[in-house]
Design a protein around this ligand. Structure first.
Ligand code: PLP
Ligand code: COI
Length: 354
């Protein structure tokens, strides 16, 4: 399907743009003037609309609230110096959206609807895209079950929506992280690879405990033995160990990050040795001790490239070199920004222009 979607547009009578303080943006708290909505019923997507951002009426019995048929995506749009606006690799998110949908017994959303819905809201609210360095427009597409029915079975109706809002950096400092050896984010056969709402709900208690212990994030390990590294909070995790970029290979417990893929692609093009494989906690701690671990960072849309300052395990804290002295993550962050903000040629076709 490549024809243009028939989107009904209702513009707001009162823009909040001038009342918004773009110098104090907290991630996820500021929403633009408009949002996108579509409904799924009788086996098809319909009622495509852009409406003013605001509350929507829903039955308290909807299946999403009771049984967690809900998932989301996270994408960013950037304003270039010449005023052009680009969304970063949304086709990858469209594909992952449908992997999440399939895992949760929810309907697929055609890529064209996904892309055109994003383009429609980003275009109407393009004034909301910050032009400050390290700032962008966060795009949150999501789908949830709307049958008002308490039977435990897949809903027959759904809503798809897109919210957008300006954001600054997600992390403001180098991270003190803890390797989690009790709680589990995802187990084999589970839904770790999906961006299901429940994955995030289940991660809140372990994350809160880690915060109470003074950590900024935790590194998830495998559910069976807690001996292998999986992800870091809501980001993939990457290390440079003895000159090689290593990251856990994707499996059903790990979200296949778009940033992860982007970083791996650039590293390979630069001739850096890259390994996607199981990464043991032991080798990371050993590398931190003997100085061969020269870089460690989270990679994600919200997180961007988030440097890890220290890694703790079983009460012992291992400090890494100053992020400013890390060759790889500094270079990859510079290059990623240059591509996203249109300062270098987009040779990979990663920027989807709106
Ligand atoms: N892993 C988890 C659990 C996440 O929530 C995210 C964020 O989206 C990522 C990894 C990174 O994925 P991406 O780079 O596509 O944002
Ligand atoms: C993203 O990076 O887009 C995410 O989804 C992380 C989010 C849960 C804040």
């Amino acid at each position: 399907m490549t024809e243009t979607l028939d989107i009904k547009i209702t513009k707001t009578q009162h823009s909040r743009l001038n009342e918004t303080d773009f110098n104090n943006l907290q991630f996820g708290k500021t929403f633009s003037d408009h949002m996108f909505l579509a409904d799924y019923a009788n086996g098809e997507w319909k009622n495509f609309q852009v409406v003013p951002y605001g509350e929507i009426g829903l039955s308290p019995a909807i299946a999403a609230l009771h049984y967690g048929q809900a998932f989301f995506e996270g994408i960013k749009a950037y304003k270039h110096a010449d005023g052009q606006v680009s969304v970063f690799r949304p086709e990858k998110n469209a594909a992952r959206f449908n992997k999440s949908a399939a895992r949760l017994c929810m309907p697929a959303l055609p890529e064209e609807i996904f892309l055109q819905s994003i383009a429609a809201v980003v275009d109407i609210d393009r004034e909301w895209i910050p032009s400050k360095p390290n700032h962008s427009l966060y795009i949150r597409p999501f789908m949830f079950a709307t049958d008002a029915y308490l039977g435990v079975q897949p809903s027959e109706t759904y809503k798809y929506m897109v919210l957008i809002g300006p954001v600054g950096p997600y992390f403001s400092k180098t991270l003190r992280v803890k390797i989690e050896t009790y709680y589990t984010r995802a187990a084999e056969g589970g839904m770790g690879f999906a961006k299901s709402a429940g994955n995030y709900g289940g991660a809140m208690l372990p994350a809160r405990k880690a915060t109470e212990e003074g950590f900024d994030q935790l590194i998830w390990t495998d559910a069976k033995e807690h001996r292998y590294v999986e992800e870091m909070g809501a980001a993939n995790v990457m290390f440079v160990l003895d000159g090689t970029l290593i990251t856990p290979s994707t499996r059903d417990t790990i979200l296949e990050g778009v940033t992860r893929d982007t970083v791996l692609t650039l590293a390979r093009e630069w001739g850096m040795p890259v390994e996607e494989r199981r990464v043991s906690v032991a080798e990371i701690l050993e590398g931190a001790k003997n100085g061969k671990l020269t870089d460690a960072f989270g990679a994600g849309t919200a997180a961007t490239i988030a440097p890890v300052g220290s890694i703790s395990h079983d009460g012992e804290e291992y400090f890494l070199i100053d992020p400013k002295e890390r060759e790889f993550s500094q270079k990859v962050l510079r290059e990623l920004d240059a591509i996203k903000y249109g300062r270098v040629a987009d040779t990979h076709g990663w920027n989807y222009l709106v």
